[in-house]
Structures are given as structure tokens and as C-alpha cells.
Design a protein around this ligand. Structure first.
Ligand code: NDP
Ligand code: 8X3
Length: 252
């Protein structure tokens, strides 16, 4: 019997997901790493296979059938997922509601909310059957506090928090832990995606030390490494320079 835990991480090709994969590999957790960029999946698999067993899955979480098929295709040794990190997601655009783009809105609701649900749908039945498991949903400070022009992204992350709380209640009879990790500003590819590679992204992390992906990964590992009777239900974490979604002390 394989006694090592298996974690499935969505959005493992960069930022918080990749840092979490690295932290888990260091602690010998076997990994199912998901994302759409195959080259990155290959190079992360190559690096982390030195420390633990790794399997990769390439699918877009917006595609319901592909998501369910990919997870159903897991080889036997990776099928029993102990830890699910629902991390894939991004902001798309930063516009007032009156001029926001329908494509951006679709992307945020389809990836951040519906994608999280599709992945969860594929994995929860195994957890309820085995009466064990830990689901960590990566929300955001934007899921607790709305900021100007954040409208739909904040809405998607408020939905993630509500879904997380609902999961915790519904899965309580099965002994499954459910955790919300809600970071503020983290220096990843997030702003490049939000601003579609545009110049605006360059200034986001300037003039202060933002959270690094590794800072969030450490908290995620802390949550998954608590004793069986302890569940970290909800974490809000900021860098020291950030006090709220709109208050950030910058030295410029
Ligand atoms: P990155 O842009 O660095 O990483 C996003 C990850 O999500 C990538 O691995 C990407 O992989 C994956 N992803 C995006 N869209 C899809 C899709 N349609 N299907 C499958 N995978 C997808 O950003 P972060 O690491 O910062 O973001 C990770 C999570 O953290 C997100 O949910 C984000 O909302 C949240 N967050 C981020 C904060 C920040 O300031 N950075 C703060 C608070 C929360 P690929 O492109 O290969 O598919
Ligand atoms: C990411 C943090 O403040 O850019 O969720 O929305 S923020």
C-alpha cells in the first residue's frame, strides 16, 4: 500500500500552484500537476520527480468534459487524491463595470468559479467514499473586500469563499477538511495575465515587497500538515505593506 499522500494541484505551471508543488515535493507528497502549458508541466515534472512521484494532466478547467475525462484518466497509483488544491485562476482586466469586457467576465467566472466546481466534482466522490480528504480553495482578499474596478474578479472570489464554506458544511459528515486561503497581493504572473501582458502590469509590485508565491505555499503546507483533528478553516494573508485591498504603503 502506498502510504504517501497524493495531492492534485490545479494551476501548477506558475505562481502559487508551482510553489505549492515544490513545497509538497520537498515533504514527499506525491503530485498530480495540472495546467495548460505542456512545456512547463514537463519541466516541473522533470525537476520534482527527483523528490517525489509526479503525474501531469493538461486540461483547461473551463472545459467540463475534458476536466472530468482528464481526472478520470489518472493511473491507479494517483487516483486516490488526499489533497486537492483548487488554485487555477486569474483576474482578466481591471475596468469599471460600465466598460468591462464580456470575454473577461466569462473567463473569470468560468475559470475561477465553474472550473473549481468541475475539478471538485471529479474528486469529491472519492473523498466521501474513503471518508478522508482535504480541499484547499485559493480565494483572495478580493473575496472578502471589493475594490474599485475589481467588480467581477471580486465577485468570482466572493463566490469561491461562499462555495468553500458550503463545501465545509456539506462534507463535514465525511470528515473532509475544507480550507480557504485568501492572499492579498502576490508577485506572480497574475498581473501579466490581468493586463494581457501590457505595461500596467509592470508597476503592480513596485515600491514595496509583495507576498511571494513561496510565502503562500508555506501557509498551504502548514494547513495540510496539521494533525487529523485540526482544520485551518480560513486564512487572510497580506504582505506587511498591505493593510487592505486599497491601502498599500509604497516607497516611491
Ligand atoms: P499565475 O498567473 O502565476 O498562475 C495561474 C495558474 O492558473 C497558472 O498555472 C495557469 O496555468 C492556471 N490557469 C489559468 N487559467 C487556466 C485554465 N483556464 N485552465 C487551467 N489552468 C488555468 O497566478 P497566481 O499564482 O497568482 O494565481 C493562482 C491563484 O491565486 C488564482 O486563483 C488567483 O486568483 C489567486 N490569487 C492570486 C493573487 C495574486 O496577487 N497573485 C492574490 C490572491 C489570490 P496555465 O496557463 O498553464 O493553464
Ligand atoms: C489577487 C489580489 O488585490 O489583485 O487576488 O485582487 S488583488
Amino acid at each position: 500500500m502506498n502510504e504517501k499522500k497524493v495531492a492534485l494541484i490545479t494551476g501548477a505551471t506558475s505562481g502559487i500552484g508551482k510553489a505549492t508543488a515544490e513545497a509538497f515535493a520537498k515533504h514527499g507528497i506525491n503530485l498530480v500537476l495540472c495546467g495548460r502549458r505542456q512545456q512547463r508541466l514537463d519541466s516541473i515534472e522533470k525537476a520534482l520527480s527527483k523528490q517525489t512521484d509526479v503525474h501531469t494532466l493538461n486540461f483547461d478547467v473551463r472545459d467540463r468534459e475534458k476536466t472530468l475525462e482528464a481526472i478520470a484518466s489518472l493511473p491507479k497509483e494517483f487516483q486516490d487524491i488526499d489533497i486537492l488544491i483548487n488554485n487555477a485562476g486569474n483576474a482578466h482586466g481591471l475596468d469599471p463595470i460600465q466598460t468591462g469586457s464580456l470575454d473577461d467576465w466569462d473567463a473569470m467566472m468560468d475559470i475561477n468559479v465553474k472550473g473549481l466546481l468541475y475539478v471538485s466534482k471529479a474528486i469529491i466522490p472519492g473523498m466521501t467514499e474513503r471518508k478522508v480528504g482535504h480541499i484547499i480553495n485559493i480565494g483572495s482578499s478580493a473575496g472578502k473586500e471589493v475594490y474599485p474596478k475589481g467588480n467581477v474578479y471580486c465577485g468570482s472570489k466572493h463566490a469561491v469563499l461562499a462555495i468553500t464554506e458550503g463545501m465545509r458544511i456539506d462534507l463535514n459528515p465525511f470528515g473532509i477538511k475544507v480550507t480557504a486561503i485568501n492572499p492579498g497581493l502576490v508577485e506572480t504572473e497574475f498581473s501579466e495575465v490581468r493586463f494581457k501582458g501590457g505595461k500596467q502590469a509592470e508597476g503592480v509590485y513596485k515600491g514595496y515587497k509583495a507576498l511571494q508565491a513561496e510565502d503562500v505555499a508555506e501557509v498551504i503546507y502548514f494547513a495540510v500538515s496539521r494533525p487529523a483533528h485540526v482544520n485551518i478553516a480560513d486564512v487572510l494573508m497580506f504582505c506587511t505593506a498591505q493593510a487592505s485591498s486599497t491601502v498599500v504603503k509604497k516607497e516611491i
